[in-house]
Design a protein around this ligand. Sequence first.
Ligand code: SPD
Length: 425
Amino acid sequence: MSSLGRHIIVEYYDCAPEALNDVVHIEKSMEGAAEEAGATIINSTFHHFSPYGVSGVVVIQESHLAIHTWPEYGYASVDLFTCGDTVNPWVSYQILKEKFKAGHGSAIELQRGEMALLSKKQFDLKQLRDDKSTEEGDPIRTRDVWFTERDDKIALSLKHDGKLYDVQSDYQRVEVYNTQAYGNMLTLDGMVMTSEKDEYVYHEMITHIPALTHPNPKRALIIGGGDGGTAREMLKHENLDEVVMVEIDDKVIEACKEHLPSISSALDDPTLNLIVDDGIKYVKAAADESFDIVIVDSTDPVGPAEGLFSVDFYKEVYRILSKDGIMVTQSESPRFNNKVFKEVYEVYRSIFGQDKVHCYLAYIPTYPTGMWSFSYSAKGNAHPITGFDQNRVNLFTEKHKLKYYNDGIHQSAFALPNFVKEMIG
Ligand code: SPD
């Protein structure tokens, strides 16, 4: 290597003005161009100016990509600065040229930090690292790297100390971050699935509400749930004869076994019937009335989970539920995913009946907006409020030292704010 870095200074002319004024498109294009070139993204920030124009930078482990656009002239100036020999900035150059529909582009490459002019300096590495402590003994952290989950209006960010797992599986991108506030955290395609410090809310609520409302459950089926949290909670119900879990993505299981052991412990439990396969296919092949409880512990309705939000799938779930059977699904956030939220309740009601479907809520800090919903649909008459035995719940809660669920929560979770009631009628 004759220099520390390569700096490509780029001019794109005759671009599509709309593309140069679309901040979301530009950010996605810049991030995509960084990844395709082989770079590791640390963070990015983009700004749309009024009335037009966008500036932004993607900080990569190997330096940065930056952009400034003048849509009114169809012109963008871009800097592609990379260090080391694992990233090829010319790949980014080509991608961006296409993304901005540039009529023509020009670029010059500069060598930054000529090795012939550099010599290594001696310094105390410790002074540069985060190994100092406060008086209370907490490490002082100067690292400032954030994971952000966003749609085009809302974003939730968590500071982290690095990625522990990053694999593109056959279905989705599976990542585990070591977050500073919530411990290790699993994300799928950039969406938070579970974290060590708040997972219990979701897993206790998705499991114990149906398991402690059904009069006498014997067979439970979990669709998805590859992190193992729902299975861990379900196996606490000793009255069950069988718990089957069907997860499509073995990489999710691998990531959670390696990095989220407190959540995934049940995945090695011999009493769990763990099947790595497509849940939709499994349900289709299952016998009529063969399960008392079906839990759909899916990801969000994009990518591999899309089919788990379809009418046909829920009809099949209805078919395989026993007479008093209960289906519970994670039904997204009424605030973050309001369209999907409304739609799924219409679908559940069209299959189970208007008065057989109930919504309940829980507060999950690592999910967008913090407000999360679950649906409860009964094939028979197992009503979630009038049909549960407070004594049974209290004994169970105390025996297992649950952290969120109790008899009060069971009842109050079904009390919905007016704006949520209005959404689902
Ligand atoms: N956006 C969050 C959706 C959560 C879906 N399932 C989480 C899996 C936890 N077992």
